[in-house]
Design a protein around this ligand. Structure first.
Ligand SMILES: Cc1cc2nc3c(=O)[nH]c(=O)nc-3n(C[C@H](O)[C@H](O)[C@H](O)COP(=O)(O)OP(=O)(O)OC[C@H]3O[C@@H](n4cnc5c(N)ncnc54)[C@H](O)[C@@H]3O)c2cc1C
Length: 286
């Protein structure tokens, strides 16, 4: 297995904040991944990273072991008609282009995410809440490694507990190895149009002035967030709430974990004080 030592985790995240991994493992197959987890103690903390696009990692901490799933399972194949097997390490853009070329589609709105399939499924990535669209719409079953039971399993959709930005992987130590999708038939001309529309929308609405990890909260009060955005409440030198994209924190390049964490906590406290609830979407490695 490929193992790197003293890796800077900031380089594996889109927000470019993070501490160091004493050892960083890159399993090259599902078998190498499950063998690696077999050797973890039941109580040991698991730090697992895919695209790193929804992670805020403590930059003052040294993590003993971190596992990157970037090279674990890159398999991508059509089983029949709209049915596909996709490995957890496949980037979303590659998945979307692959199915579009075979005249299937449905998740072109995820074309702009810098995520891998495993991470996107674990987070149940999708469009904003009002659109009621997420990657799980097309999932038939998940091939996973269950850490508690220390074995590979197949979960049918009803066992995956999908809801808005949620899956069974967020509650239990269950890791996506591969996914069986069933996509809808779609003419290439239509899927190309959808991808183009998505990229135009992203260019217009998303703040690319610094580094980010997409939405901070999966639940918040949008009016309160607008006010916070405009008065720049809690902003610091390195990190601030985007004026362009609601619910996004921007790291100008020198931002720290502490600054981003304090900002998030401040917003949560303000919500609570005013009787609202703010629930984070971003995963924190404290
Ligand atoms: C520019 C930008 C735009 C974004 N737009 C959107 C959007 O429109 N919609 C949306 O939903 N999100 C969006 N996001 C957030 C992010 O892309 C998603 O949450 C994505 O699903 C995270 O996938 P990842 O591969 O980067 O996972 P990571 O960030 O690496 O990991 C996220 C969590 O999943 C766990 N995990 C990773 N791989 C696996 C696996 N194989 N099995 C089980 N658990 C795993 C990790 O341990 C971690 O807890 C955006 C982010 C950015 C930077």
């Amino acid at each position: 297995m490929k193992i790197l030592e003293n890796e800077e985790l900031r380089n594996y995240t889109t927000i470019k904040i993070g501490g160091r991994a004493e050892k960083m493992y890159f399993p090259q197959s599902p078998k190498e991944f499950s063998d690696l987890l077999e050797n973890y103690g039941k109580e040991e903390s698991l730090y697992i990273i895919s695209g790193g696009s929804n992670l805020l990692i403590n930059d003052l901490k040294v993590f003993k072991k971190v596992i990157s799933l970037k090279e674990m399972n890159c398999e991508i194949s059509q089983i029949k008609d709209g049915k596909f097997y996709i490995g957890a390490s496949v980037p979303l853009q590659k998945l979307i282009n692959f199915i579009n070329d075979k005249s299937y589609g449905g998740i072109e709105y995820l074309y702009s995410l810098p995520a891998l399939v495993g991470g996107a499924v674990a987070m149940n990535a999708g469009r904003g809440k009002i659109h009621k669209l997420s990657i799980s719409d097309y999932i038939e079953e998940l091939h996973v490694y269950d850490f508690e039971e220390k074995k590979n399993k197949i979960l049918n959709k009803s066992e995956c507990d999908f809801s808005y930005r949620h899956s069974v992987c967020k509650e239990k130590k269950i890791f996506v190895i591969g996914v069986i999708f069933n996509f809808e038939k779609m003419e290439k001309i239509e899927s190309d149009k959808r991808k183009k529309t998505r990229m135009e929308l992203v260019r217009r609405l998303q703040d690319n002035s610094g580094y980010n990890f997409g939405s901070v909260f999966r639940q918040n009060n949008k009016y309160l967030m607008q006010i916070i955005k405009f008065i720049g409440l809690g902003n610091s030198k390195g990190v601030h709430f985007s004026k362009k994209t609601s619910n996004w924190i921007i790291n100008n390049g020198n931002g720290s974990f502490k600054e981003a964490y304090n900002l998030i906590e401040k917003i949560k406290k303000i919500h609570k004080f005013l009787g609202f609830n703010a629930i984070t979407e971003v995963i924190l490695w404290k």
